[in-house]
Design a protein. Structure first.
Lengths: 587, 319
């Protein structure tokens, strides 16, 4: 009897709670509509009129083309047209001599239009890219490994090993043990101290990677942190930045923490890139002058700051804590600047850098995606670059814009001289090194190579077994590389998806890929790509011009419904081509 | 009347101190009869000696890198120990434990690390004992809702894995040695609160407490003059063992980069910074690891010894 009563009671309570939940909405609704009518409505309608410009779609879209109504939006693309099933014409607003190098980058890989439209830029697209490459994704076991298998209908030379596995380990010692025990066939970034160990081991082969990168100590002149008082930020003062530039013994860092083959960076861009090191070389190390300059800027006794970094090995740095500790010691010794070290999680660190939220000095680097100055200077200091260094320098962005649309290395030289000198003057960062790094493979792997761009191609390697295992530094954030900036993701994407053009295996020369051939008009503004016939995607569908149109247009138009991905930033597109169409207004 | 109320508790506490002196003598005696506790005391004694004299016996600075010294001798980063007696050339700079990744003398860093580790262990445990004792005493003495409130909070704290909770606290407060100490201190409070509460519960109803109470002793007197001295023994044992686990936790936090920040010479962070050099420079991982182990071992041995020595059931058997 009692039990029945209590069940009944609890049922009543449950029912009343349900009623309250549903009924509450019904009774609240009129109140909510009433209020604006009486008092809030006029305020609410006024405000948007005053601040917001009504949205005007600047994209002109037809079935076979995507164009901007004018070039006033500030970016480089004018239109993308699918002329016929196998011809794509891209028209630019300004001449771009580096266009083939840029469009070959893995961010601009082509995926089936139907697949992208079906997934809306999310979901499966992030984990299961469908490309035309030599390998297709079988499964991504998050936190453990990515499994690929050879694509039997690949248009080019088919993969030599039927299965490919990507693993990752952030510790260089762990990677070394894995390859010494033979459980993986190749490892990325052999630790600086381990290079001799690998060289001495007859079961292993060492491949040095060309130093097409830069490691730098960055400043942020305008951190985007709520409650941040930027008037107390010493780095807003150019003299402080110059003083630090003079007060750091970069040679000591390179001599001690970098493997043989690394060089002290006298320019932001390595010399192997055309016009990379023209103009004045970096400040010479002069602690006395640095101290004097710091005093002149109003900090005779130094100041306190933080050094932010992530403890991950990259091709441009190995053993970040050692480097950070040395930077800390140098700042104290030479400039009396007290810095505390702050290690951040890798993904959070990159996000914070990209969105300008780092507040102190930070250690970061850059590896070339394609061999052109625009990939270094424009990506970091150009108008379309992220706000990682804070407020942009107008003189620098203007020179870079002019240089990017000038063709011919000779013609660009004076502009890049000027740009390099401006970087030296403004010191948005202190370039430290162009770091050599090395990759190790088991001795029996044929076709083993490294790429200066970090995109090793495993389809040409053979270990005589049915599975090739590669171990890199970290797990890719996602495999939708249009919306990624992490090299760990690009290397995985490059096995699966392809762009119109590609880079030579182990090199930087641009080669035809999904486009058999291409030509440009005389002033380098209209680029016509002739697509390779008979190419199949991994899902069996045919590759055609519409796939190219959709894959590129969704990155270009920020208002495109498919302009979403892992973060939705599509950083590479705006960094390489200036701006998005329909970009949201700056705040 | 006033004289009457004042004297008996005084007498009582005098009797207590007399009794406890003899207890300490017995304890000391018994502690030294155990070989394992003697080993613990010797190791700890050495560590204390090192910690106290670090600045005089350390041959180099534990923090300053020798990279810019441009030495006449060619010392390398992460070079192996160089000891003249063991065959290292005499003209080489003598680094008893080699040099670390930033070219600092590992031996000097190890010496200073002892100071830091002991400081960490003692300060966190003292912090936890003070807070834990007060909470436990209040809970045990007053009972009722105060007891319930305090002990349920302690139960919640105990329900988390301690290191994980410490990591969570440090994440909120921000990495750094002081925050790590605070985190470890907070995490170890419940153990002391429980011990204290249990002792208070068992002592609370004893006759001498009732006597003090009936003679008009106030709560403060009863709690801290009558009950606390009688609850001290389990706290000491718990505290000694607690130092060991606090040092371990601090080393773990520092290893993860959440505790002592570079360039502070803390064993855990030294271990963490050079973890990738296990194969190329094993001495940089071996020595800090060994030091942590020895320190923790010494406290555990002493704690075990103390527990046996202070166990009242064993006192009568052997003395």
């Amino acid at each position: 009897m009692k039990r029945k009563l209590s069940i009944l009671l609890s049922l009543v309570v449950l029912a009343s709670m349900l009623l309250a939940a549903c009924g509450g909405g019904a009774t609240e609704a009129p109140a909510a509509t009433e209020a604006p009518v009486v008092t809030e409505a006029p305020v609410a309608t006024e405000a948007p009129v005053a601040t917001e410009v009504p949205f005007v779609d600047h994209a002109v879209v037809t079935d076979t083309s995507y164009s901007a109504d004018s070039c006033d939006y500030g970016g480089e693309f004018k239109s993308i047209e699918a002329v016929d099933a196998l011809t794509v014409k891209i028209t630019l607003c300004v001449p771009d001599p580096a266009f083939p190098s840029k469009i070959a980058f893995s961010s601009f890989a082509i995926q089936p239009s139907e697949y992208i439209e079906a997934n809306g830029g999310n979901g499966a697209l992030l984990e299961q890219p469908i490309g035309t490459g030599p390998y297709s994704v079988v499964a991504w076991e998050r936190g453990s490994q990515i499994v690929f298998k050879a694509f039997p209908e690949y248009w080019g030379d088919k993969a030599l090993v039927p299965n490919l596995v990507f693993k990752w380990g952030s510790e260089s010692a762990q990677r070394l043990v894995e390859i010494q025990s033979g459980s993986v066939d190749g490892i990325d970034n052999v630790g600086t101290d381990d290079i001799a160990v690998v060289q001495a081991d007859s079961n292993l082969q060492l491949k040095a990677r060309e130093a097409l990168n830069v490691m730098y100590f960055g400043f942020n002149t305008d951190p985007q942190v709520t409650g941040w008082d930027n008037t107390k930020n010493p780095f807003t003062d150019e003299k402080v930045r110059q003083a630090i530039a003079m007060g750091i013994d970069r040679k000591r860092i390179v001599d001690n923490f970098y493997p043989v083959g690394s060089t002290v960076a006298d320019y932001f861009t390595p010399c192997a890139i055309p016009n990379g090191c023209v103009g004045d070389a970096w400040y010479t190390f002069d602690p006395a002058a640095a101290k004097a300059l710091l005093a002149e800027a109003g900090y005779p006794d130094g100041f306190t700051t933080t050094i932010q970094y992530r403890d991950k090995d990259r091709s441009y740095i190995s053993g970040q804590t050692n480097v950070a500790t040395d930077l800390q010691a140098q700042l104290k010794e030479n400039l009396n600047i007290d810095a505390t070290l702050e290690v951040m999680e890798s993904g959070a660190f990159l996000d914070a850098a990209d969105s300008g939220q780092l507040t102190g000095m930070y250690i970061l680097g850059w590896g070339a995606d394609y061999p052109d100055q625009t990939n270094f200077l424009d990506y970091h200091f150009g108008a379309g670059a992220s706000i990682q260094f804070g407020t942009k320098f107008d003189d620098l962005t203007a020179v870079l814009k002019q240089a990017a649309s000038t063709s011919g290395d000779e013609a660009r030289k004076p502009l890049y001289e000027q740009a390099n000198n401006l970087v030296k003057q403004h010191v948005p960062m202190v370039p430290i090194s162009h770091g050599a790094s090395a990759v190790a493979y088991l001795a029996n792997v044929t076709g083993a190579h490294t790429s200066p761009l970090g995109n090793e191609k495993f389809s040409v390697m053979d270990n005589g077994k049915d599975t090739f295992v590669w171990m890199q530094n970290g797990e890719p954030p996602s495999l939708y590389c249009a919306d990624e900036t992490d090299g760990e993701a690009f290397r995985a994407c490059e096995q699966v998806t392809e762009a119109l053009l590609s880079y030579a295996t182990g090199g930087t020369a641009v080669e035809p890929a999904l486009a058999e051939s291409y030509e440009a008009n005389a002033d380098l503004t209209v680029w016509t790509f002739h697509l390779r016939p008979g190419v199949k995607f991994h899902d069996g569908s045919d590759f055609d011009a519409r796939d190219v149109l959709v894959s590129l247009a969704l990155q270009w138009d920020a208002h495109n419904a498919l302009h979403t991905g892992n973060t939705g930033a599509f950083t590479y597109f705006s960094a390489l081509f200036g701006a998005y169409l329909n970009a949201p207004p700056a705040q | 009347m006033t004289t009457l109320t004042a004297t008996p508790p005084k007498l009582d506490s005098e009797a207590l101190t007399l009794k406890s002196t003899s207890l300490w003598q017995i304890t000391w005696h018994r502690l030294f009869r155990r070989k394992s506790s003697i080993v613990g005391i010797i190791i700890l004694g050495l560590l204390v000696l090192i910690a106290l004299t670090a600045q005089w016996i350390a041959p180099y600075s534990p923090i300053l890198s020798m990279l810019d010294a441009k030495p006449p001798q060619d010392i390398q980063r992460r070079s192996a120990p160089c000891i003249y007696l063991l065959g290292c050339p005499k003209d080489q700079p003598q680094h008893l434990m080699g040099t670390d990744g930033n070219l600092r003398d590992e031996f000097s860093r190890m010496l200073y690390g002892a100071r830091l580790s002991l400081m960490i262990g003692l300060s966190t445990v003292v912090f936890a004992i003070i807070i834990g004792t007060i909470l436990g005493a209040l809970a045990g003495y007053f009972g009722g809702w105060i007891d319930n409130l305090i002990m349920r909070v302690m139960d919640v704290l105990l329900a988390f894995p301690s290191l994980l909770l410490a990591i969570a606290i440090v994440t909120v407060l921000g990495p750094g040695l002081i925050n790590a100490l605070l985190a470890i201190g907070i995490v170890s409070i419940p153990a002391y609160a429980r011990v204290m509460r249990a002792s208070v519960l068992s002592v609370r109803e004893m006759d001498f407490v009732s006597a003090t109470r009936s003679l008009g002793g106030n709560t403060y007197e009863i709690l801290f003059k009558c009950i606390l001295p009688n609850a001290l023994t389990p706290l000491i044992v718990q505290g000694t063992l607690g130092i060991a686990s606090a040092i371990l936790d601090a080393a773990a936090l520092s290893f993860l980069g959440l505790g002592a920040q570079p360039p502070t010479p803390e064993w855990g962070s030294m271990l963490g910074a050079e973890r990738n050099q296990v194969f190329t420079a094993p001495h940089l991982v071996f020595y800090p690891g060994l030091a942590i182990m020895l320190t923790v071992l010494s406290f555990n041995l002493i704690g075990d010894g103390l527990r046996d020595a202070l166990d009242p059931r064993l006192v009568h058997v052997s003395s």
